[in-house]
Design a protein around this ligand. Structure first.
Ligand code: SOE
Length: 398
């Protein structure tokens, strides 16, 4: 196996991936091409781990991993493994990430950080301790690495929208619209933690925190399951998570965000739409047109005002210099290459990768608050953001 990336005289980082389904495929694609487009420290794709020996062996061959294995614990004992990329279902995140950090491995874990707030708290604490040993950790909120959303954050932080008043984020899919779609781990609380709430509202909520560089002070939420049972191995099995979720978030700046997510929004395949309204301007983003950002400058003369489409494919747009000449577009999968590039550079420089496990915990606290509010008739739940706070603080109904 030949190292990918630039050795800079240092031995290559040994990488292990745990999991080889959808996210394993997306992350493997990023590991295979990141060194072709970005200057990254040397690494080797050494082992991919999965429960099914034949399945994971086939994935190793297909996705460019030197070995396949079925025991993730054995990986933690290997001196030739320095990085663990965790692409398993959520119920395995905490145990494996904690073991990896304890073993001194840098960890990238897919979103959301965990299935429960308690797990997220433990992971964030372990990550803080591990960083004192030079061991880095990161959560895979990959949409932060869409160049158009990175540009949106730059425009907002430069004050081009002024004071942000209102944010609308909707993440709509329809892969569960058919009640005959069979049971899967994503539809069970004990394996997924929640349904659309943790799976895709985590993305929308992280985007609000990322774009506004703000924090949430209170939440009201609602969850709903439209299909209560689905065909499974033992006949009709109960669905124990939400199909859709709604939340209203108040931010410390005074902005208000509305979040809407669904996995039964008929006709919507992977539609993340974000709208940001400030007193000096506005931004519209649509993941299905991820190479574009619509920007309105409300300080322009009224006769000239209107949303204009910014094609985010110039070399000086975030990440874009690594790819093609201006005007050549990129895709959803490029966000994972950007994510792995940033993770490797952070490891190499000793910087805290972003988003950190603490950032992942901030999202987890909001997810827990939405669930708590929903269980209490959508009453307002206040979030005490002091680091020591473990859980949302319930307040009287709004
Ligand atoms: C849900 O189906 C899902 O795969 C999410 O888990 C991913 O995070 C999102 O990027 C695409 O949709």
């Amino acid at each position: 196996m030949h190292p990918q990336g630039s050795t800079h005289g240092r031995p290559p980082l040994g990488v292990a991936m745990i999991g080889y389904a959808f996210m394993g495929k997306a992350h493997s694609n990023a590991w295979r091409n990141v060194a072709s487009y970005f200057d990254v420290p040397a690494f080797e794709q050494r082992v991919i781990v999965g429960r099914d020996p034949e399945g994971v062996a086939a994935a190793a061959t297909k996705y460019g991993w030197a070995e396949s294995a079925t025991d993730w614990r054995a990986v933690m004992d290997r001196d030739d493994i320095h990085v663990v990329d965790l692409c398993t279902p959520g119920y395995m995140h905490a145990e494996i990430a904690l073991a990896a950090l304890a073993a001194g491995k840098h960890v990238l874990v897919e979103k959301p950080l965990a299935n429960t707030l308690a797990e997220a708290e433990a992971m964030a604490a372990a990550a803080r301790e591990a960083q004192s040993r030079g061991v880095q950790s990161m959560v895979g909120f990959n949409y932060r690495r869409v160049p158009a959303l990175a540009l949106a954050r730059e425009l907002i932080s430069e004050g081009r929208l002024g004071a942000i008043r209102q944010v609308r984020a909707a993440y709509l899919q329809d892969w569960l619209v058919n009640p005959e779609t069979p049971m899967t781990w994503r539809l069970q609380k004990d394996t997924a933690g929640s349904g659309a709430l943790g799976d895709i509202a985590s993305h929308a909520i992280d985007q609000v925190l990322f774009l506004l560089a703000d924090r949430v002070t209170d939440v009201s939420g609602r969850l709903h399951t439209f299909t209560s049972h689905r065909p499974g191995a033992r006949g009709l099995e109960e669905v124990t998570v939400d199909d859709a979720a709604w939340a209203t978030l108040t931010l410390a700046s005074g902005a208000i965000a509305s979040i809407e997510v669904s996995r039964v929004a008929t006709g919507q395949k992977n539609s993340l739409k974000i709208e940001i309204y400030g007193d000096k301007g506005a931004i519209l983003f649509d993941l299905e047109n991820l190479n574009e950002l619509d920007f309105l400058d409300a300080t322009a003369p009224a006769r000239e005002q209107g949303f204009r489409r910014i094609p985010v494919n110039e070399p000086d747009h975030p990440y874009m210099a690594a790819w093609w000449p201006q005007g050549h577009i990129i895709g959803w999968e490029h966000t994972f290459t950007h994510e792995i590039r940033d993770f490797l550079v952070a490891i190499d420089t000793g910087a805290q990768p972003s988003p950190s496990f603490q950032d992942g915990l901030a999202v987890q606290r909001i997810l827990a608050a939405v669930a708590e509010s929903a269980a209490a008739g959508s009453s307002m739940v206040r979030l005490d953001n002091s680091p020591a706070t473990a859980a949302p603080v319930a307040t009287e109904g709004a």
